[in-house]
Design a protein around this ligand. Structure first.
Ligand code: GLY
Length: 608
């Protein structure tokens, strides 16, 4: 089945009666006002505040397909099932239905809409821990569901219970790893069985063990995950029941497509096949040749992720999201270089970027950009790195003695994989200290995991008052900029941590110190006036008519929340916000700088 069809079926299945969900558009890959991570890495991320109890303008039943990026998976790309970019199909109950509706609906979708054979589905549940009991409720529901399909589902054969490492979901993993404020809960996953022959995959360390869904042997692939999000981590380390019991369902679209094709290689689904065919064409290398597969998969995944990021206006850089984009582009360039043994150029990159846009033609993801705009962002970076790579290769030829540390530096600086460095030096009769390289590599991996998990400083609730206050300050700042600069400033990005806000906006020149001072003073005046902040739900058209600001390029649902700061500002926004501006404290602009060529960036903080 093609992915467009699966996406459509999923949305229609959940919007139809009796499920009656409302469809929400995919949020941006770069989260707005979320201090916890660099990228949107799951469908629930844009809905965190709603899972914690904040009202959603479209009600308590939502469905979508969300663009996701997981940088912690970057080293794993190259096999048949890992990617950094993917789409997650999601449905949510915000304190509405729970297990007895979710599990049968999920099964019905997989077996009746996607027509997966029920005999090939295996399910898992949480086995319990000292504070949360075993999920026997889900076990009983699954037994009944399978019985309805004529299958006797026994625990240990069809239904498996696993510890928190496998069957607990939060953005940061099992309960011990959750920061205060973070929501999470036990989950129930569905695995598709691709057949016994795959279990004997020689690379699997589990090859001799009896196969089970989580054995890692390659036979089973997780295609659906229903999280029963009903707990929140407290500052004292305990789990507290949330006031509402939520369902947070996430299923990888690429994996569902692979299951419907009965082919465990997600790179052979239509979300990749055209991109892979283009890579084959521009490199002259065949995907069917096993030795080319890992490189071709990495090029396809990384350039796809980079295309999605650039389409949102992200530029390669040395920090945060920009650095991740740079790394993706460099890794793809190295792979292309070694696959073809020639320096890659735009004649190779361009058709690949275009094939990404084409693969998503049934969606709205690229509605507001064209391939030239994307190539303008990533082209110069790719070409610059190609030159540096050529230089690096010459340098490598000059080094006479290579330690594990130097090999790692080459990996870090020029993106040379160890195998390549080893191959080049073997020609000179040298051997690389693999152990030292691996020690360096592990250090680096730990570091990139921490960055990826993201700056996870303590979840939302721990700092909720601070982040909420900074969010309201961002609205005051936007309006103050409009008034003082006398310019139709548009929001181009916003990011809040517990310590500061960062606001990107359209403005063609540097702000003078006088102007900055005036902006700061106006925000502080509005804080002093202690203005009420109110919220109304209306259609997007009504919101625009009422003069509320929107973010250019953002996809909004039909109904939105409009936050008004009395007599001063009006914005379409998901919230939450302080109820009165007087709660904000004193506003201070820390820094003003360029953000790309056409936008400016302001960092500011609040002190009590
Ligand atoms: N939020 C559910 C998942 O990512 O699997």
């Amino acid at each position: 089945m093609i992915a467009n069809e699966i996406r459509k079926k999923f949305i229609s299945f959940f919007t139809a009666s009796p499920r009656n969900h409302q469809e929400i558009p995919s949020a941006s890959l770069i989260p707005e006002n979320d201090p916890s991570s660099l990228f949107t890495s799951s469908g629930m991320q844009p809905l965190i505040t709603n899972l914690l109890g904040e009202k959603h303008p479209l009600g308590t039943r939502l469905v979508d397909s969300q663009k996701c990026f997981r940088s912690q998976d970057i080293e794993e790309v190259g096999d048949n099932s890992h990617t950094t970019f993917f789409e997650m199909l999601g449905n949510w109950s915000l304190g509405d239905y729970f297990k007895k509706e979710q599990l049968p609906w999920n099964f019905k979708f997989l077996t009746e809409e996607l027509k997966l054979d029920p005999k090939r589905l295996y399910v898992t549940v949480f086995e319990g821990n000292p504070s949360v009991p075993k999920d026997t409720v889900s076990i009983e529901i699954w037994k009944e569901i399978f019985a309805g399909a004529g299958i006797r589902a026994l625990e240990g054969e069809r239904i498996f219970a696993y510890p928190a490492q496998k069957n607990w979901w939060s953005r940061s993993g099992e309960p011990e790893k959750m920061p205060p404020g973070e929501p999470g809960g036990p989950d129930s996953e569905v695995f598709f069985d691709f057949g016994e022959k795959l279990h004997l995959h020689e690379r699997s360390i589990y090859a001799k063990e009896k196969c089970h869904p989580n054995c890692g042997g390659g036979r089973f692939m997780e295609i659906a995950n229903s999280v029963f999000m009903q707990y929140q981590k407290m500052p004292d380390g305990m789990l507290k029941e949330l006031p509402q019991k939520n369902v947070d369902f996430g299923g990888g679209l690429e994996r569902m497509a692979a299951a419907t094709n009965d082919n465990p290689d997600i790179f052979q689904t239509d979300l990749f096949s055209e991109i892979i065919a283009t890579i084959e064409k521009v490199t002259g290398k065949e995907y069917s040749n096993e030795s080319n597969k890992p490189a071709i998969r990495i090029i396809a995944d990384h350039l796809k992720a980079a295309t999605f990021m650039a389409a949102e206006g992200l530029e390669p850089g040395n920090k945060q999201q920009g650095y991740v984009l740079r790394r993706l582009l460099r890794r793809a360039t190295v792979k292309l270089r070694f696959l073809t043994n020639t320096s890659p150029d735009m004649e190779q990159f361009q058709p690949i970027v275009e094939s990404v846009l084409h693969a998503y033609k049934g969606t709205t993801y690229f509605d507001k950009v064209n391939s030239q705009a994307i190539e303008k962002i990533i082209g110069p970076e790719l070409l610059k790195f190609t030159k540096s790579l050529d230089k690096g290769l010459k340098e490598v030829q000059k080094i006479s003695q290579i330690s594990g540390k130097i090999a790692f530096d080459l990996y870090q600086t020029f993106g040379f994989p160890l195998e390549i460095t080893a191959e080049l030096f073997a020609q000179k009769g040298q051997q690389i200290d693999r152990q030292q390289f691996e020690a360096e590599f592990r250090k680096h991996q730990e570091l990139s995991r921490t960055t990826a998990k993201g700056v996870f400083k303590g979840g939302l609730a721990d700092h909720s008052e601070k982040t909420t206050a900074l969010h309201t300050a961002t609205h005051l700042l936007q309006q103050a900029l409009k008034n003082i600069l006398n310019y139709a400033v548009r929001q181009k990005g916003s990011h809040i941590t517990a310590e500061r806000l960062r606001f990107d906006f359209s403005y063609p020149q540097k702000l003078t110190p006088e102007k900055l001072q005036k902006v700061e003073a106006l925000v502080n005046q509005k804080i002093k006036e202690n203005l009420p902040v109110t919220m109304e739900i209306m259609t997007l058209n009504e919101a625009i008519k009422s003069g509320a600001s929107t973010v250019p390029g953002a996809h909004y649902p039909e109904k939105v929340k409009v936050y008004t700061i009395q007599g001063f500002s009006k914005e379409v926004c998901g919230g939450p916000h302080a109820d009165f501006t007087g709660r904000l404290g004193s506003f201070k602009i820390i820094k003003e700088e360029a953000a790309g060529t056409e936008n400016r960036r302001i960092y500011a903080s609040l002190t009590s």
